[in-house]
Design a binder for this molecule. Structure first.
Ligand SMILES: *[C@@H]1O[C@H](CO)[C@@H](O)[C@H](O)[C@H]1NC(C)=O
Ligand SMILES: *[C@@H]1O[C@H](CO)[C@@H](O)[C@H](O)[C@H]1NC(C)=O
Ligand SMILES: *[C@@H]1O[C@H](CO)[C@@H](O)[C@H](O)[C@H]1NC(C)=O
Ligand SMILES: *[C@@H]1O[C@H](CO)[C@@H](O)[C@H](O)[C@H]1NC(C)=O
Ligand SMILES: *[C@@H]1O[C@H](CO)[C@@H](O)[C@H](O)[C@H]1NC(C)=O
Ligand SMILES: *[C@@H]1O[C@H](CO)[C@@H](O)[C@H](O)[C@H]1NC(C)=O
Length: 271
């Protein structure tokens, strides 16, 4: 069971309610920035948001789990970004995105701009351009309430692993910026970790996001046996059990710069 860093107070309540709410994804978190505007019931913005959810329910391309969507016309245009973790198949990705987008609208309602993270995917929407923008809000952190028995060694092993994975992820191409791996900490315990940026980040912005995320580990994740740092443009996670699958293979040839084929740019669904 995870508890949110921002909702510590509610943690025990959530734990006791968890049994009553089996349908809810225990990994789901959502967030918003307070002053970015609200939409009202039956507005065009709400209709466009619903169109984004339908788009996310009827994706036909896989695109390695990354989608850049929009619906409607300014000033009610909704822009969205959706990302699945690099180890999810197309079916797993589609169902995660549909569930997460639906739950986002229900659990963080009326905000023109909001972000949700579930175990295997991330969904964001806004009434402005968000593609390629490094962002640090909203963010949260969700940790396992169990503590590591040897926090110092655990953290040393984890830091080195996260640094290695961050370098690999940031150097990933435009299709995917993801890395997962394991390390041995004190007591010969194995730590499993994965990090990922939305692939619209360039190497520098991805590194920046992951560096900020690693700094947050010290605040919220220190001494825990599992934790997720959740940001709008990158996610970091570690556990004491192997939680990831083999990454979905990317095309073996690097995408050629000219001409850009359909698989080299993120799917853009207008409307
Ligand atoms: C937007 O909605 C939230 C939640 O319903 C509310 O707390 C907030 O005051 C609203 N903000 C504005 C600017 O209306
Ligand atoms: C929105 O539309 C529904 C169905 O047409 C209606 O029942 C409801 O009163 C409307 N709400 C607002 C705030 O206009
Ligand atoms: C992403 O979607 C926006 C529309 O919201 C579009 O203007 C932009 O060109 C798209 N970017 C890419 C790289 O597909
Ligand atoms: C990095 O993020 C910043 C802040 O959003 C943005 O202005 C900049 O264009 C991004 N850099 C690149 C190369 O995409
Ligand atoms: C990190 O990378 C270095 C250099 O490739 C390697 O020697 C080390 O074993 C790696 N450590 C972990 C924890 O992955
Ligand atoms: C840890 O990662 C290595 C590759 O770096 C892999 O060979 C090994 O099987 C993994 N160990 C476990 C326990 O998953």
């Amino acid at each position: 069971m995870e508890c949110s860093g921002r909702l510590l107070f509610y943690c025990s309540l959530i734990l006791s309610l968890a049994a009553l709410a089996l349908a809810d994804d225990p990994y789901f978190e959502c967030g918003f920035v307070e002053d970015r505007g609200n939409y009202t019931a039956n507005s065009s913005y709400q209709a466009n948001l619903n169109r984004i959810v339908s788009q996310l329910s009827s994706l036909t391309e896989f695109n390695y789990g990354f989608f850049n969507l929009s619906a409607g016309e300014s000033p009610d245009e909704v822009k969205a970004i959706a990302l699945c973790t690099g180890d999810r198949t197309q079916d797993e990705c589609n169902s995660c995105l549909h569930r997460t987008a639906t739950e986002l609208i229900q659990r963080c309602p009326w905000h023109k701009e909001a972000t949700a993270w579930s175990e295997f995917c991330l969904v964001r929407y806004a009434n402005r351009d968000i593609f390629g923008q490094l962002e640090s809000e909203p963010r949260t952190c969700a940790f396992n309430t169990r503590k590591a028995s040897n926090p110092v060694q655990f953290n040393d092993g984890l830091s080195e692993l996260l640094n290695n994975l961050s370098n690999i992820a940031a150097a990933g191409g435009p299709l995917r910026k993801y890395a997962a791996g394991n390390a041995t900490a004190g007591n010969l315990q194995t730590i499993y970790a994965a990090v990922q940026c939305t692939p619209d980040m360039d190497k520098q912005n991805c590194t920046h996001c992951l560096d900020d995320g690693k700094a947050e580990f010290l605040n919220c994740c220190y001494g825990r046996i599992g934790c997720r740092v959740l940001r709008p443009t990158c996610i970091l996670r570690f556990e004491s059990n192997p939680f990831y699958h083999t990454a979905v293979p990317l095309p073996s040839l690097p995408p050629s710069p000219t001409p850009p084929g359909p698989t080299t740019s993120p799917t853009s669904i207008g409307g």
